[in-house]
Write a protein that binds this ligand. Structure first.
Ligand code: BTN
Length: 317
């Protein structure tokens, strides 16, 4: 079925006869596979009498061979999965994991976001990946989610997106909309040796109105017609991540603090911080050496940290 998708990925018309020849099956078998493909991927395939079949949008699929060769970590490339974070945790439960391992998928049926949200993950459109990392010393977890955001930004800047900004704690914004999100999940006892799953979703080729996203979002492709090659983006981002994590910076966020603040979209802005039922108003001063948010509230500086916090601009900002 995925061989058929690769043949259609250029977005041009292909006759059923030709597809059947290449795949070595009958035209009716091609038809059945097309229906299955539509059902399992959610992709729309146009069928025009006399012309054949074409994908509604051309796609650049993940290239397993290239990723295995050019990524700095071993990688598992999956066609579909519930969530790459969940897959990484299942892998950990069934195996001894001493080295980092990356999971990337074409599609997630149940992508998870922060604070119990879901992450919209259509087939072949965006990037969904999780790095499973052994953590020998829990002090290395401090500031990690902000470091990951910085690594993703560095990778995107290297690919020609210099305007990507950070939003505390670990969102990435482009043209004011969320272009990437990060979800860290811990497995094991942080006081002892443990593992962390670093899950990253990057909106790469998503266009138009996308059902199910209840916040302002953007995508790297913008208004460009040709799809962005997700393989290139993943390789650049993982190289930055590898560079940052192996430079002994993990656990020493202070080294990158100035760079992080310089890229912070809401530095100096009036914001509201939601801590569940409570909302705190203040002006963003920056972050401290552990990656906690520094806010000026009613004339005094206060510091906040925690994965369940979320920030928005004040209405009068
Ligand atoms: C957020 O809410 O901002 C975090 C989104 C994280 C989404 C990524 S996609 C890959 C990985 N697998 C998941 O299920 N979630 C993360």
């Amino acid at each position: 079925m995925y061989e058929l998708l690769a043949l259609l990925s250029d977005g041009t018309f292909h006759s059923g006869e030709r597809l059947g020849e290449v795949l070595g099956v009958s035209r009716s078998a091609v038809w059945k596979r097309l229906l299955l493909l539509e059902e399992s991927t959610g992709l729309r395939i146009h069928k025009v009498r006399g012309k054949g079949y074409r994908l509604e949008q051309s796609l650049i699929l993940l290239d397993g061979g290239r990723l295995k060769r050019d990524l700095p970590y071993p990688v598992m490339v999956l066609a579909e999965v519930d969530s790459t974070n969940a897959e990484a945790l299942r892998h950990l439960a069934a195996n001894k994991v001493d080295e980092p391992l990356l999971f990337v998928a074409e599609q997630q049926a149940a992508g998870r976001g922060r604070r119990g949200r879901s992450w919209v993950s259509p087939y072949g459109v965006n990037l969904y990946f999780s790095l499973l990392l052994p953590v020998a010393d829990s002090s290395r977890l401090e500031g990690l989610s902000l470091l990951v955001g910085l690594a993703v930004r560095r990778g995107l800047v290297a690919c020609g997106y210099p305007d990507v900004e950070l939003k505390w704690p670990n969102d990435l914004l482009l043209s004011g909309g969320k272009v990437a999100g990060i979800l860290l999940e811990l497995a094991g006892d942080p006081a002892d040796s443990c593992h962390v799953v670093v899950g990253v979703g990057i909106n790469v080729n998503m266009r138009g109105s996308q059902a199910g996203i209840d916040q302002s979002w953007s995508s790297l492709v913008g208004s460009v017609v040709q799809p962005v090659d997700r393989n290139l983006i993943l390789i650049a981002v993982m190289r930055s991540m590898h560079e940052l994590l192996s430079a002994g910076v993990a656990g020493r966020f202070s080294v990158c603090r100035a760079e992080w603040e310089a890229a912070h979209a809401w530095q100096g802005r009036a914001v509201c911080l939601s801590t569940g039922p409570q909302s705190i108003s203040g002006v963003v001063l920056g972050v401290d050496d552990r990656g906690a948010l520094r806010l000026m509230c009613e004339g005094e500086e206060r510091v906040y940290s925690g994965g369940e916090l979320s920030l928005r601009l004040s209405d009068d900002s």
